[in-house]
Design a protein. Structure first.
Length: 389
């Protein structure tokens, strides 16, 4: 008996009992579709998290005054110089914030104004709709220049170009030197809408010498831990224990990935249970099929079919059930993955590895759960089988 004959007989048998076939493959289909969707959406979510945190810079750390311990009047510009001299530091960007009124002509808005240096623009890889960001000379000379957010520019100037025009910030005139380009991302949703002026200008304008935060980037992630430790040592030596708090997005990235992995594991376990149920369904249907076809098995054995032929025939049927469910599950998983990506707003795709794994897994389920019924069929006594009505 040729190998192809097994699958030919199996296909005829499954076609003969279409309703039974549909119900049998449903469990396998649900399990595979769930597995495909979870893996694909999980991978898409992980890529999105990595992409969004890259915009912050995962090789960065933020230092803030610890408000719980007292006054936030702590960090000053001389701290920036101290930190710039630490080995492995790629950049140091001070920032200070103030909610302010911006106006031009008869247009007036309220926006967050950030006093900062040129380092922040390179560290956050900002791009611009118009003009440029803050440069070192703006900071050195305390120039009255401002970089508008895309929203502030639209609210004040509409569709007109803003570069080179004058804007009043709390009554003081500033020249617009650039407009930041904002993208539609998680990063943008949390940190968009800010306007930037030189930190020296900010200090004079609001009569403050203190800094709300200092952002530090390491030259690479390999030296990030040592950079953090060295910076903390320098600052605590100056201000004392408990005066500062830090944020390190590398740890946040690890935590997010761990949560995502736990989610994938839990839902994959549920999908595995669905596959298990599907496998039990295959076993049950195969046992029923053997009982219905006992006389057929006896006739085949009487005509010279060996045990291995009967075993191969029923294994082929079980495998056919499983592969059919696997292929339908793969198709359903692709549809669900696309739908989930649209709903969640992330880019998802079914990888070849996930598709191959799902088909292999469904085939394994079919063989494992079809083995016992197939073995039982192969061991039937031909005489007793022929007597069966």
């Amino acid at each position: 008996m040729r190998f192809g004959d097994y699958f030919g007989i199996a296909a005829q048998q499954l076609k003969k009992n279409r309703m039974r076939t549909a119900l049998t493959v449903l469990g396998i289909m649900i399990g595979i579709a769930s597995m495909i969707t979870v893996i694909s959406v999980g991978n898409g979510g992980q890529k999105m998290i990595n992409s969004e945190l890259q915009k912050f810079g995962i090789n960065r750390v933020w230092f803030f005054p610890n408000d719980i311990r007292g006054s936030s009047d702590l960090l000053v510009m001389t701290d920036v110089s101290l930190l710039e001299n630490i080995s492995g530091v790629g950049g140091v960007a001070p920032s200070v914030y103030k909610r302010s009124h911006l106006s031009a002509g008869n247009k007036k808005i309220v926006s967050d104004v950030v006093g900062t240096s040129e380092a922040l623009f390179s560290m956050e890889q900002m791009t611009f709709l118009e003009g440029r960001g803050i440069i070192s000379k703006d900071v050195d000379y305390g120039r009255q220049v401002v970089v508008l957010s895309q929203k502030a520019k639209a609210d004040i100037f509409g569709d007109e170009s803003a570069e080179g025009k004058k804007v009043s910030i709390n009554g003081q005139k500033f020249t617009v030197v650039g407009v930041e380009r904002e993208d539609k991302s998680i990063y943008a949703s949390f940190f968009s809408g800010k306007c930037y002026i030189p930190i020296t200008t900010f200090g004079t304008m609001f009569s403050t010498k203190y800094i709300d935060e200092i952002s530090i980037s390491a030259e690479n992630t390999d030296v990030l831990d040592s950079v953090i430790n060295d910076c903390v040592t320098v600052l605590l030596a100056k201000y004392g224990e408990g005066t500062l708090k830090t944020i390190n997005l590398t740890k946040e990235l690890e935590n997010a990935q761990n949560i995502l992995e736990i989610f994938q594991t839990v839902v994959s376990a549920v999908a595995a249970v669905a596959l298990l149920v599907g496998g039990i369904g295959i076993m049950n249907i195969m046992l029923v099929s053997i009982k219905e076809r006992t006389r057929e098995i006896g006739i085949r054995k009487a005509l010279g079919a060996g045990e291995h032929h009967i075993l191969g025939q029923f294994l082929a049927e079980a495998l056919f059930y499983a592969l059919l469910g696997g292929l339908l599950g793969l198709f359903a998983g692709m549809v669900l993955t696309k739908a989930a990506g649209s709903i969640l707003g992330i880019q998802t795709e079914v990888s070849r590895a996930a598709a191959s794994l799902s088909i292999l897994f469904s085939a394994t389920v079919g063989l494992v759960f079809g083995l016992m019924p197939a073995y039982k069929a192969s061991k039937l006594d031909p005489v007793e089988a022929l007597r069966h009505e």
